[in-house]
Design a binder for this molecule. Sequence first.
Ligand code: AMP
Length: 111
Amino acid sequence: MENCVFCKIIGGEIPSERMYEDDDLIVIRDIEPKAKLHYLCIPKEHFALLSEMDERRAELLKRCFEKIPALAGKLGLEDGYRIIINQGENGGQSVHHLHIHLLGGEKLTGF
Ligand code: AMP
């Protein structure tokens, strides 16, 4: 998708610190961390919202949610983490390519 920062990261046009990649998804370090450790798990297919779900996208998200716990140790999240998916304007979504925030590396408060 043109002008999508995450599509550009996936395509290698914009550099990122890639922690993991396979055919379906990438995990990168967030450029503006909101916790000691902050990663983004990004399905490679461009879509913005959970309301745009179809079978293929549901399968992609399932793979993300299987991969996240499998990678937790490697990412330094073995003591737990918080998952956030911001949706739309009121949810504070700034990049309109669906992504899962992984926050951890410290005891998180404020929830
Ligand atoms: P959201 O507000 O939920 O759409 O989250 C977008 C996230 O993408 C924010 O936490 C940003 O810090 C992060 N972000 C934006 N551009 C980049 C980039 N080039 N590399 C890594 N993370 C980015």
